[in-house]
Each structure stands twice: as structure tokens, then as C-alpha cells.
Design a protein around this ligand. Structure first.
Ligand code: NDP
Ligand SMILES: O=C(O)C1=N[C@H](C(=O)O)C[C@H](O)C1
Length: 251
């Protein structure tokens, strides 16, 4: 039975993780960290990460990129494996993640669902064939109005999966409003829509001459991310320092 600390325990995803772990026979919630604590959690909650005096095997983080630097310093010092699910990290923070993974195990994934992790492989394969056949590639993502980062971490991960197949030669274009040129071949357009309670939708569009192929993923509930994160935590506890991702968990 692994002991989990939930970083961001009272947020939307933190609550989903608590519910999943309550039903789990392999994991138990040992502690939570969040700015606010209304006392409803059946485990101790700390407002400051550094005040947490509970022994844990792994941390699951769904919080804010503003909290990431502090969290990385903490796991490096305590050598606690980290499942890092928060999105919107800066280039500098991504470098710090890599550095920290030399000291402790880190599994980072912008999307913990099985479907999106399969989609990453599919678009990589598709890009290898379709870019040579002169297909243009754009990504459109849609999320709820509470989401603060744009584009989504998943949209960027999908773009990276496509670009990796194209020798990383393509440029990401987030805004065409000021452009007055025909679409260059070597670009991937990435657009974001925010509204209502949309859990998460991603479209990867390959547009060719007289034909279009679209890959579409819809998340119908946050539970798909929660289940993936708990599986990742069970996988990561006890693992040596290094960078891991969901392909290590899914196989
Ligand atoms: N990888 C994946 O599969 C998924 C990733 N995400 C990502 O996870 C993150 C969280 O998403 P979500 O749960 O919807 O967001 P919420 O805003 O609902 O939850 C985040 C929680 O973390 C708290 N928090 C923020 N900063 C700190 C801090 N420094 N210390 C302690 N607590 C803190 C927030 O408190 P307060 O509200 O007071 O700021 C809030 O309670 C986002 O970056 C999102 O994009 C979301 C879903 C899936
Ligand atoms: O904030 C969210 O809700 C989500 N964030 C992740 C992202 O930025 O890709 C994953 C998922 O789409 C939900």
C-alpha cells in the first residue's frame, strides 16, 4: 500500500484523486497540501508544503505552475518521487524538472488519460506520412472557463509528437490575426477555446489537397485523468531517479 501526498488536494483534480484513492486497494491518501482547508478531508491538510511532517511514498501534483519551483525544490531535498500533472510550465521550469529528475523520480505528463497517450503515438505516425504528402497540420483544443493556461499542455504535447516526426523543423503559430501571408508549410497552428464546463477536447487536423483527416479526443469526465495519475503514482513509488512518462505506465 503506497502513501500518497496530494499537492493541490482541494482543487478540482485533487478531489477526483481523493475519491479514486478512497476506493483503491494499492494506495492511501496520507496528506494533502492546499492554500485552503475547510476541514472536510479525512487526511491531514497543510497550507505550506514545508510544514508537511507526514511520511509519504509519492506526491501527485495538480495545482498551479506558480507552485512548481517550490515543489521541485522540496522533492529534490526529500527525494520523494513526483507525478507532475500541472500544465503551463515555462521553458525554465521544464529545465528545472529535468535537473530535479537527476535527484528523484519524476513522471510528467500533460494528460494522464489512456486515450490521449495513444493519440500521441497515432499523430506521430500520421505526421511521418502526411507531411511528405503536403498535408498542413493544425491543432484545436477546447476547455472549461476555469482553465488558466492556454494552449493546453496536451495541445503542446500533441504538437511536439507531430514535430518530433518532422525532425523538429516546424514552428508553432498561436495567433494568425496579425499575419498577412499564405500559410507556410512548416508550421503547426495551435488554437484554444475556453467556455462553460468542457472537460477537454483536442483535434489534430491534417488538411491536404481535397481531403482532411482529423484525430479527435473528448474527455467526458476528469476521472480519466485521475485514474491515470493514481496508476502513475503506484508505478513511480520506489523507482530510481530519472524522467518517466505515461508510456512507462501504459507500456
Ligand atoms: N495532466 C493532466 O492530465 C491534467 C492536468 N491538469 C492540470 O492540473 C492543474 C490543476 O488543475 P485543476 O485541479 O483543474 O485546478 P484547480 O484550480 O481546481 O486546483 C488547483 C488547486 O491547487 C491549489 N494551489 C495552487 N497553488 C498552490 C500552492 N502553491 N500550494 C498549495 N495549493 C495550491 C489551488 O488553490 P487556489 O484555488 O486557492 O489557488 C487549488 O485548490 C492545472 O495546471 C491543469 O491544467 C488538469 C487536469 C488533467
Ligand atoms: O486544465 C484542465 O482541465 C486540463 N488540463 C490538461 C491540459 O492542459 O492539457 C489536461 C486536460 O486536457 C484537462
Amino acid at each position: 500500500m503506497i502513501k500518497v501526498m496530494m499537492h493541490g488536494c482541494n482543487g478540482a483534480m485533487g478531489q477526483v484523486i481523493s475519491e479514486i484513492i478512497e476506493e483503491s486497494e494499492s494506495a492511501v491518501m496520507a496528506a494533502g497540501v492546499d492554500f485552503k482547508d475547510d476541514g472536510h478531508n479525512p487526511y491531514p491538510v497543510f497550507k505550506n508544503l514545508e510544514d508537511c511532517n507526514v511520511d509519504v511514498d509519492v506526491i501527485i501534483d495538480f495545482s498551479s505552475s506558480k507552485a512548481t519551483d517550490r515543489l521541485l525544490s522540496y522533492v529534490a531535498e526529500k527525494q520523494i518521487p513526483l507525478v507532475l500533472c500541472t500544465t503551463g510550465l515555462s521553458e525554465e521550469q521544464l529545465k528545472k524538472v529535468e535537473e530535479t529528475s537527476k535527484k528523484t523520480a519524476i513522471l510528467r505528463s500533460a494528460n494522464m488519460s489512456l486515450g490521449v497517450n495513444i493519440l500521441l503515438k497515432l499523430v506521430n505516425t500520421a505526421a511521418k506520412v502526411l507531411a511528405d504528402a503536403d498535408f498542413d497540420i493544425d491543432i484545436v483544443e477546447k476547455h472549461h472557463k476555469l482553465k488558466v493556461d492556454a494552449p493546453s499542455g496536451t495541445a503542446l504535447a500533441l504538437a511536439d509528437a507531430v514535430n518530433e516526426a518532422l525532425h523538429n523543423e516546424y514552428e508553432y503559430v498561436y495567433d494568425r490575426s496579425q499575419r498577412r501571408i499564405k500559410r507556410p508549410k512548416k508550421e503547426i497552428g495551435i488554437s484554444a477555446v475556453r467556455g462553460g464546463t468542457i472537460v477537454g477536447q483536442h483535434d489534430v487536423i491534417f488538411a491536404g489537397q481535397d481531403e482532411v483527416i482529423e484525430f479527435h479526443h473528448t474527455a467526458y469526465s476528469k476521472a480519466i485523468f485521475g485514474k491515470g495519475a493514481v496508476s502513475a503514482a503506484i508505478y513511480l513509488a520506489g523507482k530510481p531517479a530519472g524522467m518517466y512518462d505515461m508510456s512507462d505506465v501504459i507500456g
